[in-house]
Structure formats: structure tokens, C-alpha cells
Ligand binder design. Structure first.
Ligand code: AKB
Length: 318
């Protein structure tokens, strides 16, 4: 068997789509999906699947060595909202999980690796508008702390052990194929399902909470382009800011109302509102544009039109 690719956390929101994209490029057999579930979720079952808990070093090692894995996309993590409910598990899964994969790379088994960082690396003391690539971070969530530490850990492994590891700071990701799980930005996905099914949505952020967001096809494109770039172009081994568009919940609601004038939004902010307000409203992604040609395809209106079309088709409500 030739070298293969492993996607850890493949059943998640980004993993589900990334597995399809990687299988289209490399062939179904070359891309092994893995997650903690015993069986492959239906949408991934057309290619190889391995049940793996990234905290189980023995099993992880067997999967990597047994399948001659040389490239890993390590996406398994507890997101911002869920990690606040169980900070110790957030730290353990996000940090120890990353270390376990990096150690297999240090031992020479994995040659290239992608690991996502997040806008959660930033905090209330960070400049909010057009947040620079290099600036104050000081995150206030355990998720953000693991992402900022993880970025430096990846850079350290690159500098010290020569591992080709690359990363981006994802904003909120919006997609229609699989559900997000446990993030602060999840409202921007739920709103579409509720709009199509019930014509209304109660938002857990306040109306003025502006956040950077991105449509899933751009999120997938970013990983593929970053990983395809020549190594010498990758000037940053922490993580690149990447930007799609930014909006507040009321701006998103207004964009939905252009298609569904009867759509109503109400607000009932909870603890996630404070998290959202500690994050940037928009990002400066000029380093990613310069180093590997990053450029998103979707703006908010194109995203809204595509989301409503796809969710209406899925639910049979028009
Ligand atoms: C979250 O809301 O936790 C994630 C993220 C911005 O990393 N979507």
C-alpha cells in the first residue's frame, strides 16, 4: 500500500467536507476518515474509515503506521462553547490530542500536517477591526487558550523537528451539509434551518455581535490551497488569519429577509454572547493573500442565497 492521508475528526463540520474534497483529489482509498464513532457516518462510508480517539496513543499509532499515513488533517477538538462547560476536557482533547499527533510526526511517521487554529486565539484586548496577523492575543476561553498555545506548539515542532505543519485561524464556518457542534458561531448555521422550517429564529447572541465568518466552500479551499503551496512560501508556522466576510446577527437576518420577507429574529443572548464579544469583528488576512494567494469566493449575499437553496432542497420546504 502506498502513502495515505488521515483525517482525524472526520465526522465534524469541516472534516465531513474535507474528506470528500481530498478523496476527489487523491482517490477514495488514499483518504482515511477517522473519528471516535464506532462506525463511519453514512456520508463518509464510501471510503476507508478507522475508529480513533486522538487521546488513545496506542490506537492512533497503529492507525498511522498500519495505513502508512504520511499526511494528517487533525481536526478533532472541543469548540468554544462546549469547552467552557468542561474546561479540563477542552484542554485535554485540544492540547494532548495535538501533542499526540505531533509526536508521531516527530518520530518520522507523518511528514505533513494541517491543524486548524481559530479567531478564538484573540481576546478583549485585541484590536477588533481588521485584526492584524501579529497582535495582542490574550484569549479568555479555554478553547482560545488551547488554540494560541497550539499555534506556538506547532511552530516549535516545525522549527525544532522540521515538521511541515500548516494552519489557518478559521472564523465561524457556515455550511449546509453537516451540523456544527458546540461553537459560538453556530447560530449562523442554525438560523438557516430555523428560517426554512419555522420562519423564525431566537438568537443566542445579541444583535450587534459582529463576527468574521466564511462559507464552507471557501473554508475547504483554504486548506487545500495552503497545503498545496510550496513550503518556502509558508512564512508563518503559527497560523494565518483568513477572512471571508463579517456580519452581526441582525445583518444576517436582513440578508435572509431579502429572500424570505416574513422571517423574524428575536434575541435571547446567553454566555456565548460574551465569548463572541471578546473576538474580532474582522480580520486582516494580507499575509495569507501574499504568501499563498488566499482569496475567498463568497460574499454574504452569495452565501445566503446558496444556503437557503440547499436547505430548502434538503428539507423539501420551498
Ligand atoms: C467556535 O465558535 O468555537 C468556532 C470557532 C470560531 O473556532 N466556530
Amino acid at each position: 500500500m502506498k502513502e495515505a492521508i488521515l483525517v482525524i475528526g472526520a465526522a465534524g463540520q469541516i472534516g465531513s467536507e474535507l474528506v470528500h474534497a481530498l478523496r476527489e483529489i487523491h482517490g477514495n482509498d488514499k483518504v482515511i476518515a477517522s473519528d471516535v464513532h464506532e462506525k463511519a457516518p453514512e456520508h463518509l462510508a464510501y471510503g476507508p474509515y478507522e475508529q480513533t480517539d486522538v487521546l488513545d496513543t496506542k490506537k492512533l499509532g497503529e492507525v498511522v503506521l498500519g495505513n502508512k499515513i504520511t499526511e494528517v488533517y487533525h481536526l478533532a477538538a472541543l469548540l468554544s462553547a462546549t469547552a467552557e462547560k468542561n474546561p479540563a476536557l477542552g484542554w485535554e482533547l485540544n492540547m494532548t490530542g495535538l501533542s499526540n499527533v505531533l509526536d508521531l510526526a516527530r518520530e518520522g511517521h507523518i511528514k505533513r500536517m494541517f491543524w486548524p487554529s481559530s479567531i478564538a486565539v484573540f481576546g478583549p484586548n485585541t484590536p477588533k477591526i481588521k485584526t492584524p496577523q501579529r497582535t495582542v492575543c490574550e484569549p479568555t476561553t479555554v478553547y482560545g487558550i488551547t488554540k494560541v498555545a497550539g499555534e506556538s506548539w506547532c511552530e516549535y515542532y516545525h522549527n525544532r523537528y522540521g515538521i511541515d505543519i500548516r494552519s489557518v485561524r478559521y472564523p465561524g464556518i457556515i455550511g449546509h451539509k453537516s451540523a456544527p457542534g458546540g461553537g459560538t458561531t453556530d447560530y449562523a448555521v442554525h438560523i438557516f434551518h430555523e428560517a426554512v422550517r419555522h420562519g423564525r429564529y431566537e438568537c443566542f447572541l445579541s444583535k450587534e455581535a459582529a463576527l468574521p465568518m466564511m462559507y464552507m466552500p471557501d473554508a475547504t479551499k483554504a486548506v487545500l490551497e495552503l497545503m498545496a503551496a510550496p513550503s518556502e512560501n509558508i512564512g508563518l508556522r503559527t497560523a494565518y488569519n483568513i477572512s471571508g466576510f463579517s456580519f452581526t446577527p441582525d445583518v444576517l437576518a436582513a440578508a435572509i429577509q431579502k429572500h424570505m420577507p416574513e422571517f423574524e429574529i428575536t434575541y435571547n443572548p446567553d454566555y456565548r454572547d460574551k465569548i463572541a464579544k471578546s473576538w474580532p469583528s474582522s480580520l486582516d488576512d494580507s499575509a495569507a493573500r501574499k504568501d499563498w494567494g488566499w482569496k475567498p469566493d463568497f460574499d454574504i449575499d452569495a452565501m445566503v442565497a446558496d444556503m437557503l437553496k440547499n436547505i430548502s432542497e434538503q428539507t423539501g420546504v420551498h
